[in-house]
Design a protein around this ligand. Structure first.
Ligand code: THU
Length: 134
């Protein structure tokens, strides 16, 4: 049984996943982030005929959050359908890193619920971030 806050993230990410533009991989992904004020922003993967130009669901969700003026990820959920949990790719881990802290929860889900929750530190140890630039 997962909390209603997390369930809200899952339902939002699932709705976003329905909008995925994934004609090449057929692998639809949805993501939802909760910003500092509690609002949820979602995204889906958007592929492109020029394959490398596609973007991940997490990237789209983060873009929506930033567009709304938010700059902190409180938690993030990724949902896909696969034999293995759909964890964020390396590039998206770094994009999450920009707006999250080491203990920020990253929920990995399938349509039935959250499979596991990891921290950013677990997914991207010893990461490079804004502080490294000072
Ligand atoms: N994808 C995501 O959107 N997020 C992930 O966490 C993993 C992969 C997308 C990228 C591409 O459109 C498709 O899934 C197959 O890699």
């Amino acid at each position: 049984m997962i909390g209603s806050m997390t369930d809200e993230l899952l339902q939002t990410a699932l709705a976003a996943r329905e909008k995925a533009h994934a004609p090449y991989s057929k692998f639809k992904v949805g993501a939802a982030v909760r910003g500092e004020n509690g609002q949820i922003f979602s995204g889906c993967n958007i592929e492109n005929a020029a394959y490398p130009e596609g973007i991940c669901a997490e990237t789209a969700a983060i873009a929506a959050m930033v567009l709304a003026g938010e700059s902190k990820i409180m938690e993030i959920l990724v949902v896909g359908v696969s034999d293995r949990p759909v964890t964020p790719c390396g590039g998206c881990r770094q994009r999450i890193r920009e707006f999250a802290g080491p203990h920020t929860p990253i929920h990995i889900a399938n349509p039935d619920g959250v499979l596991e929750t990891l921290t950013l530190e677990q997914l991207l140890p010893q990461s490079f971030g804004p502080d490294n630039l000072s």
